[in-house]
Design a protein around this ligand. Structure first.
Ligand SMILES: [Cu+2]
Length: 157
């Protein structure tokens, strides 16, 4: 019985800490994935870490999301060799490793009008913004400690 509780708690703690560290970035903020959004200024206010998610929100049919494989394709809006393409209107992309990723709209002409975004994902150890990453790390370790105490209490009683 006690053993079962501990396992459940451990799973719960793992879920909480994972949730606390991973951030969800809605591309373009409240304006979303739209032709009128200034993606350059949106990107400059964001810090992307491994484990975070991008969410592209738009009217399906009006826009789409195409991932490009290189800086050159991104600069030239060359959508011919897309790595991935999505069109649900609520597309989620997991940032599973450090590096640079390129996204553009697949609708004819939209990329040229600025509907594209370049994301640089920091490795978790060398983040470009130490304040925000260390505070989220602090927060998740705090949760871990609290959960650990609860676990200790549960085991004792
Ligand atoms: Cu578009």
């Amino acid at each position: 019985m006690g053993h079962k509780n501990t396992i459940l708690l451990a799973l719960f703690v793992a879920l909480i800490t994972n949730e606390a560290m991973a951030e969800e970035h809605v591309v373009g903020g409240s304006q979303g994935w739209d032709a009128s959004t200034d993606f350059k200024s949106w990107v400059s206010g964001q810090t992307f870490n491994v484990g975070d998610q991008l969410v592209f929100k738009y009217y399906s049919g009006l826009h789409s999301v195409v991932e490009l494989g290189s800086e050159g394709e991104y600069q030239n809006c060359d959508l011919g060799n897309a790595v991935n393409s999505m069109n649900s209107g609520n597309d989620v992309v997991k940032l599973n490793k450090p590096g640079t990723r390129y996204f553009a709209c697949g609708t004819l002409g939209h990329c040229g009008q600025g509907m594209k975004v370049k994301i640089t994902i920091a490795s978790s150890s060398s983040s470009s913004s130490p304040t925000s990453s260390s505070s989220s790390l602090y927060f998740s370790s705090l949760l871990l400690i609290v959960a650990f105490f609860i676990a200790c209490l549960l085991i004792q009683f």
